[in-house]
Design a protein around this ligand. Sequence first.
Ligand SMILES: *Cc1c(COP(=O)(O)O)cnc(C)c1O
Length: 272
Amino acid sequence: MSHPVDRTSGTMRAAEASGGRAWSARAVQLVKSEQNRSADTHLLTVEAPGLQGISLYLKDESSHPTGSLKHRLARSLFLYALSNNWLREGMTVVEASSGSTAVSEAYFARMLDLPFVAVMPRCTASEKIEKIAFYGGKCHFVDEAGLAYGEAIRLARELGGHYMDQFTYAERVTDWRSNNNIAHSIFEQLACEAAPVPHWIVCGAGTGGTSATLGRYVRCHGYGTQLCIADPERSVFHRHWQDRRIQHYEGPPSLIEGIGRARPAASFMIAT
Ligand SMILES: *Cc1c(COP(=O)(O)O)cnc(C)c1O
């Protein structure tokens, strides 16, 4: 074992390090406890008389504690950041978000007693803004959605905070192989059905995190399930998928909140 030459400062360094460790361990514990207290979301059956012989299910991601579809993602982003030691006591968490992710992130930031700032377009629904404020978060507005990323980076730097960056990290924050992810949940909930392995799973893409998790899970478990991404009209994802040279969609934003984007997110994984 090596010992620091200067014992006094060495001890202080050790104390600081263990203080940081203690905060971090407690923070991880808090996030995990929230997960342990929370029930899974429902897999609902949908009557579709026009689709004879086809069973249709809807995974309802709105029944999380924050009511946000991005609750699972926010929890995973926090756990990932904490496990990487990117988040320390008192650090401001900054995110670029069209709304839903920020609502759930504000909830987790408050749980860990961290200031939270959402960088979002001025046109964001007032209901979202109120929810973020309800969880103690602040909103910082930009004139267009495309400006949010750069502004979030700038703000995090200025505040000595951490830019969560859902559009880069969504695909890797989830433990896609096994438990506590949306794919595992869906397959467990289908286990007693007449056809427990679905022919198709259809999902939208915002960050691409959900589709990456579903696709990886299906391959990892050797299922024959096909994955279809339903991408709204004013989105770059389906254009980019058809022609990789297309990196941008010019025009008004997607009409469906949370899915469809003007540029392919780094976390949107395309199988080549
Ligand atoms: C976020 C979201 C999804 C899933 O998007 P990813 O960010 O790609 O995981 C799907 N539908 C809606 C309505 C959403 O808000």
